[in-house]
Design a protein around this ligand. Sequence first.
Ligand code: NAG
Ligand code: NAG
Length: 242
Amino acid sequence: MSDECCVCLLGLIFLSSLLTGISGVDETHVFISSGENVRLPCNNALHDCSLTVWKYNNRFRDSATVELIGLGIKKKNTESHERLSLGSDCSLNINNISTEDYGFYRCQQWTGVNRDKQHGPDARVYLHVLHVSQTEISAGLSVTLFCQLFSYTGVSCDDSVGSERIELFWVDQTGVKLTRSDSRYQISSSSDHCLITLNTTLLNEDHNREWRCEVTQRDQVQTSVTYTVKSSGEKTSHQSVY
Ligand SMILES: *[C@@H]1O[C@H](CO)[C@@H](O)[C@H](O)[C@H]1NC(C)=O
Ligand SMILES: *[C@@H]1O[C@H](CO)[C@@H](O)[C@H](O)[C@H]1NC(C)=O
């Protein structure tokens, strides 16, 4: 009787780890800020990458599939080919990520004499790109910062929606979330919460102040972009995003 109970409990734990581990097995979510370099893992890699294929679907479901790497060789006719390389573990490296690069990537391994048999399922990778931009600083020193997560279709950046629990927010330099109730800031967001806007009026004491836009998945920070206020003289400021 108690043995049966134990087996039953183990079964439950296994099931729950399977459910939460979906993104870790053959489906991976990768978050990166624009301008950085990224490595997309090929989880079903063989020791030889000469039969590796990487495919990409840009932005929307049902968009045309682009082959980036064909049987271990980089295709020269793609927009991003100069920034791509195939890693020794068959991963796909992309340098200087831009907001055009987000989407759905798939790694396949082919095998057989005629290279016509697929080894294992596709390794699926969703690439999410975080990007911050700003308006000109106006005469009244008001500035608006936009922070956007570019994701394949169907993603919501609202914690309460979607299984990946992706969230986007602005924090101050001590890591405290900036909220609507803070009178210094006007914070607004798009309906899917994947674009959050921070509007504030710069003060003298803001020199070197940092505001950071963070994206979290299941409460873990995945990537962030920091905006630093720099003032030289009275009214000029510029951003430094890193
Ligand atoms: C990265 O890409 C941007 C355009 O997206 C370009 O302006 C910049 O020069 C590139 N940086 C490097 C180091 O290639
Ligand atoms: C930002 O706030 C300032 C001051 O409240 C306002 O004048 C300006 O229109 C706002 N800008 C945006 C883009 O919301």
